[in-house]
Design a binder for this molecule. Structure first.
Ligand code: UT7
Length: 307
């Protein structure tokens, strides 16, 4: 079913502090060579004083500015995150406060781990079909450095901090909004409250290769499109090798996949909107893109929209 949306603006925020692979060599038994060859990551960002909601707000502010829209037009705020600084108020409530929103606004957070943004976008796209809502802010924001065990080389090399945001409104019948979001229960990859991320990397890796291709094909089928109808695929940035393996299996050029993992690592729910925002800085004209995400839960999903 089509849930047509227009993406009016995109924005992102990353902290200034850069943590290189060489910095991590000083903390755990690892090497720049191992990290680059196994993941494609060269460096990642780490917050100094920023909170998740401050980064979410700063990304939103940029998205609103690019869309040339005032916060008074926003009726829905959805934030995808697994690293809120407090359980309640939601990060979305903080964003509403920081944007000084005084009118009715529906604001809430979504936890679908690294697939969070794709889930949140489907939710917002469904809601925005109702005439009572004008525009929605959909955000992915994470401070993963707060939940990393810097003595565990299996996890601390992978993740980074950042935020990305989009402003959407209901589209017309010519616009696209196709979604496929689902999950398959898995309890091995966890982030218990007050502790650190624990992960079976190999298991996630094998799961991802399988579901990324499946999700891409499923959403294309639902939209009655082929891969050639898509300008670019913006995948969740977890591991370059996962995407290379999918590209090979699908016989699709790596040029079709937009990658920035080398600079930011895995920023979980922020990775797709952050990559999209950078993509839109380079591509001002309208593009047809496919998002594909996967992560803890296990959750996975894909979307096709014009941006
Ligand atoms: O967004 C979803 C969140 N999770 C993910 O995206 C994770 C997906 N998985 C991955 O990206 C990969 O599985 C990893 C990058 C985590 C690991 O790569 P791998 O090729 O699957 O390596 P592995 O876990 O099979 O480990 C290979 C070797 C092991 O040593 P032995 O047992 O062969 O002697 C590890 O102990 O590499 C070792 N190793 C490391 N060596 C240097 C594991 N981590 C490191 C490290 N530096 N940081």
């Amino acid at each position: 079913m089509n849930l047509p949306i227009k993406v009016l603006g995109t924005g992102h925020y990353v902290p200034n502090q850069i943590i290189t692979n060489h910095d991590l060599e000083k903390l755990v038994e690892t090497s720049d060579e191992w990290i680059v060859s196994r993941t494609g990551i060269k460096e990642r960002r780490k917050v100094t004083t920023e909170t998740t909601h401050e980064m979410a707000y700063l990304a939103s502010k940029e998205a609103l500015k690019k869309a040339n829209i005032d916060a008074s037009e926003i009726d829905i705020i959805v934030v995808a995150t697994i690293t809120e600084n407090q359980k309640t108020p939601a990060v979305a409530n903080f964003v509403a406060g920081l944007l000084d929103i005084k009118h009715d606004v529906m604001s809430f957070d979504v936890n679908a781990a690294c697939t969070g943004f794709v889930y949140a976008l489907e939710l917002a796209s469904s809601l925005i079909q109702q005439p009572k809502y004008r525009k929605a802010l959909v955000i992915g924001a994470e401070t993963l450095s707060n939940v990393l065990d810097y003595t565990d080389r299996n996890t601390c090399i992978l993740f980074g901090d950042g935020a990305g945001a989009v402003v959407i409104e209901k589209g017309n019948d010519n616009n696209l909004g196709y979604f496929y979001n689902t999950s398959k229960p898995d309890m091995t990859n966890t982030l218990d409250v007050g502790t650190y991320i624990k992960m079976d990397g190999r298991k996630v890796f094998l799961f991802a290769i399988d579901v990324v291709e499946k999700s891409i094909l499923k959403v294309l089928e639902d939209a009655n499109l082929t891969i050639d109808d898509i300008d670019h695929i913006i995948p969740h940035q977890a591991n370059e090798r996962i995407i290379m393996s999918v590209a090979k299996s699908m016989n699709v050029s790596m040029d079709k996949f937009v990658m920035n993992i080398a600079s930011y690592g895995n920023t979980s729910a922020a990775s797709i909107p952050l990559t999209l925002s950078e993509y839109k800085e380079k591509h001002k004209e309208t593009k047809r893109v496919l998002f594909v995400g996967f992560g803890g839960g296990f959750t996975y999903g894909a979307a096709i929209v014009e941006v």
